[in-house]
Design a protein around this ligand. Structure first.
Ligand SMILES: [Zn+2]
Length: 133
C-alpha cells in the first residue's frame, strides 16, 4: 500500500486531517494518532466542514513556515506601534497570512519575517533592508 492509497479523513478528537492507521479496514479508517474513526469530508456536518477547512488552511500556513503571532503580538515582539505592522506588511518586510471565512477570522505575521525585521533593526536601525523606516 503506497502513501497515496491510505485513506485520510477528519479526526474530531485530534482536530485535524489524519492518515488512516495502516491496519484499519478501508471501510472503517481509524486515526493513526488516537484510533478514533476518521470521517470523510462529505460525511461531516457543516460546522465541522468549516472547522476542517480552517485547520487545512492553518496546517498549510505552518508547512510554509508562515506561522506566527497576531499583528498585535508582532507589534509587541517588535516593540513598535500596531500601525507599523501594516506598513511593514505593505512593504513586504513582514509576511501576513489571513483567513476570513465561515466565521473564522485569523491574521498571522510569520515568525521568520519578525526575526528578519528584528535583524534589520539591529544592523541598520531600520525595519526594512532599504532603510526607509
Ligand atoms: Zn485522532
Amino acid at each position: 500500500m503506497s502513501n497515496e492509497d491510505k485513506i485520510n479523513g477528519w479526526c474530531r478528537d485530534c482536530g485535524g486531517f489524519q492518515q488512516a492507521h495502516p491496519d484499519s479496514r478501508p471501510d472503517e479508517p481509524l486515526c493513526v494518532g488516537c484510533g478514533a474513526v476518521l470521517k470523510r469530508y462529505e460525511e461531516l456536518p457543516t460546522g465541522e466542514q468549516a472547522n476542517y477547512r480552517f485547520q487545512k488552511w492553518f496546517s498549510d500556513v505552518v508547512q510554509r513556515g508562515m506561522n506566527g503571532p497576531s499583528p498585535g503580538g508582532a507589534a509587541a515582539a517588535l516593540q513598535c506601534h500596531r500601525s507599523m505592522i501594516d506598513k511593514l506588511v505593505d512593504r513586504g518586510v513582514l509576511e501576513k497570512s489571513m483567513y476570513d471565512k465561515d466565521g473564522f477570522f485569523v491574521v498571522l505575521i510569520s515568525h521568520r519575517s519578525i526575526e528578519q525585521a528584528t535583524a534589520n533593526k539591529e544592523k541598520t536601525g531600520k525595519w526594512t533592508d532599504s532603510g526607509e523606516d
